[in-house]
Design a binder for this molecule. Structure first.
Ligand SMILES: Cc1cc2nc3c(=O)[nH]c(=O)nc-3n(C[C@H](O)[C@H](O)[C@H](O)COP(=O)(O)OP(=O)(O)OC[C@H]3O[C@@H](n4cnc5c(N)ncnc54)[C@H](O)[C@@H]3O)c2cc1C
Ligand code: SF4
Length: 480
């Protein structure tokens, strides 16, 4: 019942009757109403069960039962203090963690069939209130340290690491190739899931706390990794993964077929007030178009839901497995269905049809065969099942791989895995290069914000340890 409250503003129309063009709502309302009125009530539903599976399954091991108790008692400032002690961006995680797979999915009350305590919404509420009440202040360093750390990448991993190191007193500079900090929080994840002011106020707070940001600075183009290393005592690589996976079929080179990130970045930039030529000239604006999105992950869900908000004529999502085997969050899929997206499961593109522009996607129906090496049932083509789907634009969302960092950074010696992710020593988070650490998606492969924050925090701890040990070694050598 509680889960349903989250969708209260959209409940009036049943999913099967909704059409893409029908929506009149501002989708921002979905979560807000509920949180304001019910945070204390919801928190008091926590049974303080003593077996905090929610906490265990939160990658940050947030002390959830404690801040729920404090919230239930109306002690919000204390709840905020507890919450922020383990999480650098609780209001971000509260908004966009796939809670159904993490904390909430493991809530004992959920397990007993009574509906989870809505932990994410409460986490968001606590920290949004802290911002409103001005409880959140920039870092005040007690003692400035001489050591400096260079961080490549201003995504959640880089930002979390920077904050933790700055709190200790290190001189921290973040280098990022984009014009704004935030990584995928700013240009990947759509505004309707994570409002951009939420990211901007966080990065401003870090600047106000003395962290330096060098935007439009691409390591590899503006400086090699070795050059950067010469300017710092330690380096963190937190560059994320950005190489879109391709579909190699006939017609892939037709115009109007775009990678998901092109579409989402254009949309996010427009939301931020930028001039975006490809959007303004209609190329990446899908209003009144028949949109086909290929893929079944969270990025695909962001694409279909963005297309709905741009008032597309129709939005179809093609996925080669069935609904149960979709990699995306079930909540996101439910939201997309609720908003009128048509899912065409067990379907894969065979070729794109058109002259210069794509006009149709020729597809095969699929069936699920025996499990493959990954343990998932392998999709197989159903004979004589081909047909065409009309498309004015196709958005490819098949996942991301790392760029070739050893080549880009001019460091062929930097060790990477066979997938291109950076290899680190799991105990120290150090790469095979002395003083160079790595964290976030570039180590894990495409993952989650909460894991990037966790990695950033762990990297800060390891970098601090490394720099302290170096300082001790240096003083010993001097004394000798
Ligand atoms: C569309 C989309 C939606 C998502 N939705 C969710 C969600 O709802 N919930 C969730 O938990 N996760 C979501 N994720 C995943 C999440 O965004 C990532 O796991 C997370 O941002 C990874 O953080 P990161 O710091 O490792 O990398 P990123 O956020 O990718 O940041 C890396 C930064 O490094 C910079 N960089 C890269 N190369 C260089 C270079 N050579 N020089 C300088 N700077 C460089 C980039 O510009 C970028 O700013 C989503 C991802 C996508 C793509
Ligand atoms: S950080 Fe994510 S997983 Fe952890 S408590 Fe918050 S919403 Fe749940």
């Amino acid at each position: 019942m509680k889960k349903m409250l989250q969708f209260v503003s959209l409940k009036k129309t049943t999913p099967d009757k909704r059409k893409t063009g029908d929506r009149k709502k501002d989708f921002h309302e979905i979560y807000k109403e509920f949180i304001k009125a019910k945070a204390e009530d919801q928190s008091s539903r926590c049974s303080q069960c003593g077996v905090p599976f929610c906490q265990v399954h939160c990658p940050l091991h947030n002390n959830i039962p404690d801040w729920l108790k404090l919230t239930a008692e109306g002690r919000l400032q204390e709840a905020y203090e507890v919450s922020q002690s383990t999480n650098n961006m609780p209001e971000v995680c509260g908004r966009i963690c796939p809670q159904d797979r993490l904390c909430e999915g493991n809530c004992v009350i959920e397990q007993s069939g009574h509906g989870t305590v809505t932990i994410g919404s409460i986490e968001k509420y606590i920290t949004d209130t802290a911002w409103e009440k001005n409880w959140i202040k920039p870092i005040k360093v007690k003692k400035e340290l001489n050591h400096s750390v260079g961080i490549i990448g201003a995504g959640p991993a880089g930002l979390a690491c920077a904050e933790e190191l700055r709190k200790i007193g290190y001189q921290v500079t973040i280098y990022d190739r984009y014009d704004r900090p935030g990584g995928l929080l700013i240009y990947g994840i759509p505004n309707f899931k994570l409002e951009k002011f939420v990211v901007e106020r966080r990065t401003k707070l870090l600047k106000d706390g003395g962290i330096k940001f060098e935007q439009n600075f691409e390591v590899g183009r503006d400086k090699s990794l070795h050059e950067l290393k010469a300017n710092h005592d330690a380096i963190l690589i937190a560059t994320g993964v950005y190489k879109s996976r391709e579909i190699e079929i006939t017609g892939s080179n037709l115009e109007n077929i775009f990678p998901a990130m092109d579409f989402l970045t254009a949309s996010n930039r427009k939301g931020l007030g930028d001039k975006v030529e490809l959007f303004d000239n209609g190329t990446l604006n899908v209003q009144d178009k028949d949109v086909v999105v290929i893929g079944g992950g969270d990025t695909a869900m962001d694409c279909v839901r963005t297309a709905v908000r741009q008032k597309a004529k129709s939005v179809k999502c093609l996925y080669r497995r069935d609904k149960e085997n979709m990699p995306g969050s079930t909540r996101e899929v439910a939201n997309a269905i609720e908003e009128g997206v048509e899912f065409i499961w067990l379907t894969a593109p065979k070729k794109f049809i058109g002259d210069k522009m794509v006009k149709e996607v020729h597809v095969n129906k699929m069936k699920l065969g025996l499990p493959d090496a990954s343990g998932r049932k392998k999709p197989e083509i159903q004979e004589n099942s081909e047909y065409n789907i009309k498309a004015d634009i196709v958005i490819k969302s098949l996942g991301f791989d790392p760029e070739n960092l050893p080549e880009l950074f001019s460091t062929p010696e930097l060790l990477v895995s066979r997938w291109g992710t950076i290899k680190i020593d799991l105990d120290t988070m150090q790469t095979n290069m002395d003083g160079v650490f790595a964290a976030g998606d570039i180590v894990r492969g495409a993952s989650l914000v909460v894991w990037a924050i966790k990695d950033g925090r762990d990297a800060a701890e390891n970098i601090n340890k490394y720099l302290k040990e170096k300082a001790i070694e240096k003083s010993k050598t001097k004394a000798a």
